[in-house]
Design a protein around this ligand. Sequence first.
Ligand code: URA
Length: 233
Amino acid sequence: MSGGADVSGGARRDGERPPGSGYDATPYLPEHGGLAAYREAAADCRGCPLFEPATQTVFGEGRDDARIALVGEEPGDQEDRRGEPFVGPAGRMLRKAIEDAGLGDEPAYITNAVKHFKFEPAERGKRRIHKSPSLREVSACRPWLDAELRLLSPELVVALGATAARALLGSSFRVTKERGTPLPLALPPDGERQATVVATLHPSAILRSDDRERAYEGLVADLRAAARALAGG
Ligand code: URA
C-alpha cells in the first residue's frame, strides 16, 4: 500500500505540546499537503503523552484514491516496531477476512483512531501489554483521522471494534448490537460529503474468541454487508 504523492506544504513543527493546552494533535497538523505530508508531520506529533513510550507514530497506509477506509483502534506491538498499521496477527486475519468477503481487489486505506501504541510493561519479561486508549487520547488524535478521511473522501468506512466505532459514530454506539449495518457517515470537514460506515468486531477480539471460527464468520459476514453497500446494494 502506498501513500499520497503530494508532499508539499507547511508542516508546523511546534516541538513540545504547549503547556496547559490539554491533549490535542491540532497544532501538529500541516496547513496543507496530501497524505504524505500528513504522515511526515504525524511522526513528530506530541499531542498527547502516548508518543513518549511508543517507538514511533503509526500513520495510515494505502492509496489516496481508495474507496474504502478501514479504521482500527491503535497500533499493536508489531505495528509500533514496524511503523505500519495491521501488520501483526490481527492484521493478517483481517486481510484474509477482506479476501473472503470479496473485497480483496478493492484498494483500501487502513488506519487507526489513535496513532501510537499504548501499553504497559508485563510484570515479568519484556512483553508490552496492550492498553486501550482513553476517550481523551482518542479525541486528541481525532484531527489526524479527520484529515485522513477528508483527504481520502472514501465511499465506505469500516470501523473495526468499539473504539473506532465510537470515535466515528458517537459514544452510545454499541458494536455488538449494530454491527454489519450500513449507516450514513458525514465526512470532515463539514459533512457535505457522506460515506457509508459499517462497524464490526475488532480482529483482535476474534483472535481472543472461544469460538474463533464462528467469530471469524461473523467478521466476514459484516464485511460482505460492507461490500454490498459499496456496490450500491
Ligand atoms: N490493532 C489495531 O487496532 N490496529 C493495528 O494497527 C493493529 C492491531
